[in-house]
Ligand binder design. Structure first.
Ligand SMILES: NC(=O)c1ccc[n+]([C@@H]2O[C@H](COP(=O)([O-])OP(=O)(O)OC[C@H]3O[C@@H](n4cnc5c(N)ncnc54)[C@H](O)[C@@H]3O)[C@@H](O)[C@H]2O)c1
Length: 370
């Protein structure tokens, strides 16, 4: 008898997982701070009583609940540690105690952080699981800390865990104002499928395969991103003139963009490589830049059916009140600087421009690598 627990079940991925599992006739419990038709236990992963209750009879855990990149500007570092680190630790320990046979932790390619920033004109980075993360922000810091706890739980507690470093699948517009102003959303998302985007339905498939394979893997860490049409040999030219590489490798995309007056990024800084996930998990992503072109041509929308069904949820208006109430005692977003340090901490540290403690890093110019 299998039973799944999906944390973050009111979110984009959590809903996608619960929908899919229910359609397949599986027994599934959803746990989230926010109530929704996909959530059966309303509460926090930081509350061990809630976690124990939700784990009753559970064999597989799909842990998607998080504070993430959109919350960096509105939630303090302590809140990130509480949810992403303490919450994950609670889930790991309680899952091991409950005899769970496989836990999948949704991580992010953001965990690679600054490892993905070659200087302008340098070859793009070929990003596999072997690239060592270099911290960029509190989101990446807490995701890598949680990944380490996952590895420790596999080793010390014998809990089979698979970490999925997932690239972007959000349907919302880009979080940078200048990028949103300069690019149509469909143009932007289409070209992201070349190197740094994945479709929600494929992310769901990867999670379910990882849950099934966890016992034989013991521990594993995989990049989950659409299959790139680029090869390693393309990296120097991608860093100098990405449209030229597209004309050579994916001429149908060059024509597609041309016909619509759309554009390709002038340069790319990284390419995510999904080869290990395909080999070890038996994952066959269905969606890539070609299917995105077909979807845009027929529906005007690059999203697949599951992503369209789940729709846009936003990350702030709906969530802010519940998240602040639980994670930042007595706090609201005005108390947190946009980089996540509290005003008191910032007052005692270096000013803007120091890169680490200073203000938000300078935005890259449009036409570079958004
Ligand atoms: N959205 C993307 O493009 C993207 C890209 C890479 C990785 N990821 C990862 O995928 C996962 C899911 O992302 P998403 O876009 O579906 O996020 P989401 O914000 O839509 O959903 C996250 C859910 O977690 C819930 N949550 C937050 N704190 C909680 C707590 N303490 N207890 C219980 N529930 C809590 C929220 O209420 C929300 O419903 C995350 O782990 C994220 O880091 C997302």
């Amino acid at each position: 008898m299998t039973r799944f627990l999906v944390t973050g079940s009111s979110g984009h991925l959590g809903e996608g997982l619960v929908r899919t599992l229910r359609e397949r006739g599986e027994d599934v419990v959803g746990l989230d701070l926010l109530d929704s038709p996909w959530t059966s236990v309303v509460g926090s992963i930081t509350d061990r009583d809630v976690v124990r209750r939700a784990l009753d009879g559970v064999t597989h855990v799909l842990h998607t609940a998080t504070l993430h990149k959109p919350h960096v500007g509105s939630h303090g570092r302590q809140a990130f540690v509480d949810v992403n680190v303490t919450g994950t630790l609670a889930l790991l320990e309680e899952s091991a105690a409950a005899g769970v046979t496989g836990l999948v932790f949704t991580s992010s390619t953001s965990a690679f952080g600054r490892a993905l920033s070659p200087p302008p004109g340098a070859p793009a980075a070929w990003v596999t699981e072997d690239v060592a993360p270099v911290v960029r922000n509190v989101y990446g810091a807490t995701k890598t800390a949680a990944e380490d706890l996952c590895e420790l739980a596999a080793r010390d507690l014998g809990l089979p865990v698979v970490v999925l470093r997932t690239s972007r699948f959000f349907p919302e517009g880009d979080d940078r104002d200048d990028v949103r102003a300069a690019w149509s959303d469909a143009n932007l998302k289409l070209v992201e499928y070349l190197y740094r985007r994945v479709e929600l339905g494929d992310v769901v498939d990867a999670h379910l395969l990882a849950a099934a394979r966890a016992p034989e893997l013991g521990f594993g860490r995989y990049i989950v991103s659409a299959t790139t049409p680029f090869a390693r040999d393309d990296l120097p030219e991608l860093g100098r003139d990405a449209p030229a590489v597209v004309t050579l490798r994916v001429p149908e995309l060059a024509r597609f963009l041309d016909e619509r007056g759309w554009r390709m990024f002038a340069r790319l800084d990284r390419v995510y490589v999904n080869e290990r996930a395909r080999t070890d998990l038996g994952w066959t992503p269905r969606h890539d830049v070609h299917t995105a072109m077909e979807l845009i041509a027929t529906t005007g929308d690059p999203r697949g059916p599951l992503a369209r069904a789940v729709g846009e949820k936003g990350y702030h208006d709906r969530h802010l009140h519940a998240l602040n109430r639980l994670h930042v005692p007595g706090g609201d977003r005005k108390q947190v600087h946009h980089d996540g340090w509290s005003p008191a901490v910032r007052a005692n540290t270096a000013g803007p421009g120091t890169g680490v403690m200073g203000g938000r890093p300078a935005r890259r110019p449009i036409g570079g690598t958004p």
